[in-house]
Design a protein around this ligand. Sequence first.
Ligand code: CJB
Length: 838
Amino acid sequence: VEASVPEEQREAWKKHSAKEFKTKDQFEADVVRHIETTLARSLFNCDEAAAYAGTALALRDRLIIEWNRTQQQQTFADPKRVYYLSLEFLMGRALDNAILNVGMKDIAKQGLEELGFRMEDVISQERDAALGNGGLGRLAACFLDSLATLNYPAWGYALRYRYGIFRQEIVDGYQVEVPDYWLDFNPWEFPRHDVTVDVQFYGGVRKYTDDSGKQLSVWENGEIVTAVAYDAPIPGYGTRTTNNLRLWSSKASHGEFDFTKFNSGEYEASVADQQRAETISAVLYPNDSLDRGKELRLKQQYFWCAASLFDIVRRFKKSKKAWKEFANQVAIQLNDTHPTLAIPELMRILLDQESLEWDEAWSITQATFGYTNHTVMPEALEKWSVPLVQHLLPRHLQIIYDINFHFLQYVERNFPKEREMLSRVSIIEESEPKRVRMAFLAVIGSHKVNGVAELHSDLVRTTIFKDFVKIYGPDKFTNVTNGITPRRWLHQANPRLSALIASKLGGHDFLRDLNLLHKVEAYVDDEEFRKEFRAIKYANKVRLAKYTKEVEGITVNPSSLFDIQVKRIHEYKRQQLNIFGVIHRYLELKSMSPEARSKVQPRVSFFGGKAAPGYWMAKMVIHLINQVGKVVNADPDIGDLLKVVFLSDYNVSKAEIITPASDISEHISTAGTEASGTSNMKFVLNGGLIIGTCDGANIEITREVGEDNIFLFGNLAEDVEDLRHAHFYGDSFQLDPSLQRVFDTIRSGTFGDAGPFSGLVDSIVDHGDYYLVSDDFKSYVETQGLIDEAYKDQEAWLTRTITAVSRMGFFSSDRCIDEYAEMIWNVEPLPPPKMNGA
Ligand code: CJB
């Protein structure tokens, strides 16, 4: 590696090279210096926003030192690196996490206090980096934390959206979307105006013969858009390793608007190009588990894949290694099918630019990529129209056809008797228009395919990729059950619980090795431990109650059972089942004698989550929840026995307040539809129990915590097909009388105009009840009854929650990352060098 400063001048550099603060005094000095000189403020006009900015900048200085060092070390050692390609990284806030990961929590807290600020207030000034929709994006963020913590040389690649997921406001009980412009002040990103990539769209393909007589293709005469890199440091916990998240921003390739046009009076045309280019990275698509097939989305995908691959290849080529070494130096993980174009893009680079032969290029490509599938639901599987791909990416379409040709030839040779299989597994779907099945391309172009929980991985193997298991053999398909980072989801979200555990386990080692939690089980009968554990849960509920009062204006009693369902609103996640259950509870309460009522377990039902702006049914679910809340919360017969709260604008930072406050949380998807779920893990880790279906990771949570410590209900995945069939063809469909009463109540106008809710009710009564709400309603309600009873025995409940927490070690994202590293990436950690005195 060449250094830009000659040997003789390096002494001066070393003498002056940036020093990190170590003491409270130095921390304060850095904060004040930034407030006074970077922000041009003073102690006379330093509000909380300025205090946040100063603190973030001070912390950032520290991170940069470690970040530079990590990157230098990785450049020198040149180990195999992991590249995690994800269109979504739902990072949330960075400051708290950075303070924690560099081990400065106490210093920062005391330092800020001495400067006149409360740490919590300062932290809450930060806007969430909300570059994702839900579980898939948050998983990517947890993985970055684990990769850095475990010292893996790893980079994330994504887009620098100007607008993250919209902010949700509730107006008259309806969701209203407000743009999330989050870049006003973002101290965590570093523009790299010198790191750019020109990305081509449209144009055509020309064939030619080179000097040696070889036939080659070149893609040319297209439109060029420039990708500019923005980097964000990703600090590991308890290690100096600080990895990089690189986000690409799009701009016109000529930089400014077109001066020639401007000077000749074509003002609008002169800026149009520029705006068109910038539109590519402007906004995150707000759909979760849904493929909409929009051209701009395909542009985003290619723009990001092309820029990232160029960057990866550029880095590889610096090492001057032979191409056959590529997959020994580079592992690329495709987070869902969104980055699948990286497969034909790498082929294009190897074939058209590096002149490799097809077979060599293909074996390098396959060895490089791994693909993670996150859903088996048909509406979420991406398929791009062939004419669209032809128009936008003509050379890629050719390569995709060539990949398909080679693949189908292979299938034909090996399965000569199964001719129908060819059309089933073809990358090209013979529809009108024809479509490219991205998941098939991802499977064919990768050496490993994984699902995200055991049941899901089984379904991947037996349903959507069944033929491919036959073709490639079972070893290509594997499972890596999801996990969560205990740094954010235990220590940061629930500092008191983390401290209690640390006090018993002799330190915070469990945050790096979550299996150590099993030692907590020894304290399950320890009176002092139980008392503190109970007090912590209560305090967390008080905090959520306070938040609910302040933000939603609803008073709730923290002694009630807190029942929480927060996640994207989706029919398959069945918030409708939950709210129907709430209505049923309300009707039961109304019909009770005062005597009977006095024995009822009070409960608060919290909901939260965003609906995709174009998802009518999901929006009606939100509306119904709000309307039910209005009626129930104001009903004097009911009082504290039942409250219904919709927590608006659910996001990562709110999840940090909400998650530790549950007694019960709901993970009640139709069996076989929720690939894994990850909030289920967060809630149990924070001392809440869950009610759930036998779906996704609920099954493994049950295996770990034991059947007595979870409330399972409902039909099994293996029965779903028959049940759906029965809805359509069975002649004796009888709605459960309780559910019938719920529907009658809705239709009668009890919760306001019934019009908006008719689609919701009809989908169950008249349109086949695809998500089997009616089939599971009875067992859902009964199980909620069991929960009420169980909760009354507070001692037994406490025992269950403590036991469950102690058995959650398996669900750390550190375990996932080690599994990926070993089974899929074949990479080793690169521990940072020991520092003087460290
Ligand atoms: N998932 O968040 C999304 N978006 C999608 O488009 C498809 C799947 C979720 O991914 C999570 C992480 O793997 C899973 O836990 C969750 O079950 C799945 O719905």
